[in-house]
Design a protein around this ligand. Structure first.
Ligand SMILES: NC(=O)c1ccc[n+]([C@@H]2O[C@H](COP(=O)([O-])OP(=O)(O)OC[C@H]3O[C@@H](n4cnc5c(N)ncnc54)[C@H](OP(=O)(O)O)[C@@H]3O)[C@@H](O)[C@H]2O)c1
Length: 385
């Protein structure tokens, strides 16, 4: 199958460039750091919390009182971070409720072990943040331990598997949400559902990354469609903006220095704002439900300014979304009716009745705290309608 045509690729590149150049202006209404809001009722798992956007998001959630699980491949680095955060706590304040669990997204077996270990605890999960990602900017195509193209595996397939394995916990923690950290780069993506594992098309790192981010959005449309509203699990996709992180770690040092000196790029703290907003603000959930109520088929997508945005036109193809759904499940070795199976074993109605339905963002304590974020209503969505 051919790739993205030149015209569409150039249009995509212009969208990405424009978004990068204007991101500071568009986010001018946001403080550099979102205010801390009480989240002690929330249990949250975040992947890739040892660096960049994930680190800042995890720290903010932890300081807000949430029970945070750092799902990382480098356990030692995460434990060191945790020690540093605990020792930075003010005298008299309670210790952060953070723990570290190992998961290497380059191994589907490791994801399954993580899922089993977490599920065995039977703890309700309120938020899963699929943040970990790679953009290997040099070198030839590399395959994971499972023989799958590494970007596709880390950025999409392993995250998809993790989400489905944690679905029983998310149902227990309902109303709950899955926040998927995506990228504007999906505008440059092209997905051949028959070649998610890589190998048929000529490889380059940009397409490896962009394709995985596009596949992730297409998969999320179908995941959301299969979860009934009453299950109370919302899927939210977010673009954190272009952020100075370790994502460019493969580039020569001199280019990295140039990259880190660019003022237009967000700091990790700024990049974490939209992720935190999607994880903790109740308006995001209301927005997601409103879209579903209107029969809108696409998953909610937020920009780095914490406002709803539109996905690339390639991400509107629902037939392809269905094929990506099927192929993803095949590659991660899950049955096509895996969602229905989980739902039948964890009746959403019962789940909601048995557990105290908490607002992820209690009104009385936080009234108005983040109101400024969604005041300016969503042109992007009305544009699509
Ligand atoms: N930075 C940007 O401009 C930008 C723009 C749009 C979207 N994003 C997205 O934002 C997310 C976070 O990226 P970032 O910019 O914060 O990059 P980063 O600083 O490189 O952080 C990536 C995190 O993912 C983890 N990770 C990588 N491979 C893993 C694996 N196999 N198993 C488990 N964890 C793994 C890394 O762990 P280690 O520390 O062990 O490597 C690290 O904690 C990614 O999904 C990225 O695509 C970033």
């Amino acid at each position: 199958m051919a790739g993205l045509g030149w015209f569409d690729w150039i249009l995509g590149l212009l969208r990405v460039t424009f978004d990068t150049i204007t991101q500071r202006v568009k986010a001018v209404h946001l403080p550099r750091q979102l205010p801390l809001i009480p989240l002690s009722h929330m249990t949250c798992i975040i992947t890739g919390a040892t660096s960049g956007i994930g680190l800042e998001t995890a720290r903010h959630l932890a300081k807000s009182g949430a029970h945070v699980v750092l799902a990382v491949r480098n356990v030692k680095a995460a434990k060191n971070l945790l020690e540093e955060w605990q020792s930075g706590q003010e005298d008299g304040s309670s210790p952060l409720n953070v723990e570290v669990m190992e998961v290497d997204l380059l191994s589907l077996d490791s994801v399954r072990k993580f899922g089993e270990a977490w599920e065995a605890r039977k703890i309700p999960l309120n938020v899963l943040i699929n943040n970990a990602g790679i953009f290997c900017m040099n070198g030839a195509q590399k395959l994971s331990k499972d023989g799958l193209e590494q970007h596709m595996q880390v950025n999409h397939l392993a995250a998809a598997l993790l989400t489905i394995l944690l679905l029983p916990s998310l149902l227990r923690g309902s109303p709950s949400r899955v926040v998927v950290v995506n990228s504007m780069m999906h505008h440059l993506g092209f997905v051949d559902p028959e070649d998610l594992q890589g190998g048929k098309r000529r490889y380059n790192c940009t397409s490896g990354y962009s394709d995985s981010k596009l596949a992730q959005i297409l998969f999320c449309h179908m995941l959301q469609k299969r979860l009934p509203i009453e299950a109370g699990v919302d899927i939210i996709v977010v673009n954190p903006g272009e952020v100075k992180t370790n994502v460019a770690r493969d580039l020569p040092k001199i280019i990295q220095m140039g990259y880190h000196s660019l003022f237009i790029l967000f700091t990790p703290t700024e990049g974490a704002r939209s992720v935190l907003f999607c994880a903790a603000d109740k308006k995001v959930q209301e927005y997601a439900r409103a879209l579903r109520g209107l029969g809108y088929p696409l998953v909610p997508y937020f920009g780095s300014d914490c406002k709803p945005a539109s996905v690339a036109h390639q991400a509107h193809d629902m037939e392809k979304a269905q094929l990506v759904w099927q192929q993803t499940l095949k590659l991660v070795d899950l049955p096509l009716d895996c969602i229905e199976l989980v739902l039948s074993e964890n009746d959403p109605v019962e789940v909601i009745e048995n557990f105290k339905v908490i607002d992820s963002y209690p009104e009385d304590e936080n009234e108005g705290a983040l109101d400024f974020l969604m005041n300016d209503e969503d042109d992007a969505v009305t544009e699509i309608f």
